[in-house]
Design a protein around this ligand. Sequence first.
Ligand code: GRF
Length: 222
Amino acid sequence: MIRIAVLASGGGTNLQALLDACAAGRVDGRIEVVLSNVPAAPALQRAREAGVATEVLPSKGVTDRAAYDRQLVERLARHRPDLVCLAGYMRLLTPAFLSAFGPAPGTRGCPRVMNIHPALLPAFPGLHVQQAALDYGARFSGCTVHFVDEGTDTGPIVAQAVVPVLPGDDQAALAARILEQEHRLYPRAVQWFAQGRLSLEGRKVRVEGAGGVPAPQLHPWD
Ligand code: GRF
């Protein structure tokens, strides 16, 4: 049973997917704390409803990012997380944070911070990426769970799911199709971490027991 901390700035549907997966035993973990940099984030309400501790550390107007991140570490450390999951956390993390949650004994080289991004990295990092995929004319997009490094959505890829871009899609339609897969993918990736199945070699994440997936399958767990 791993101890999980979730950082969220917004609606928290990915947080909800993780809460539900923990409650249903699909993730061998417990969400110990949900921290937000946005006091009014609906994600905090979801945490309260699930009986999970919340922390708020407003970031508005903050200019010293490293000092902010040191405070963040202090707040999280009280809850002794094994894994920190970013779920719509809209700030880049500095080394002050990432060095506190680097690889640890038992994580087989994997850092202890994960993120979910609504595109197939390395295509479309950053913000407004569903619109970017539409504007580019991509035929497929999807979502990526990755370990977090200092870059913008550049860390080692843990898992991806693909969705088609359909004629007539607008930003909202594509975002909703991707989000549906996010809610399936993130808990699975977290469960792999909880089971100790992930290891990191260079920037490649190995998933133990995930060999032999036929290439054309869009969602390898189906
Ligand atoms: C998701 O699309 C996630 O991939 C991105 O931010 C969005 C958060 O949505 N990082 P929610 O707050 O989980 O509903």
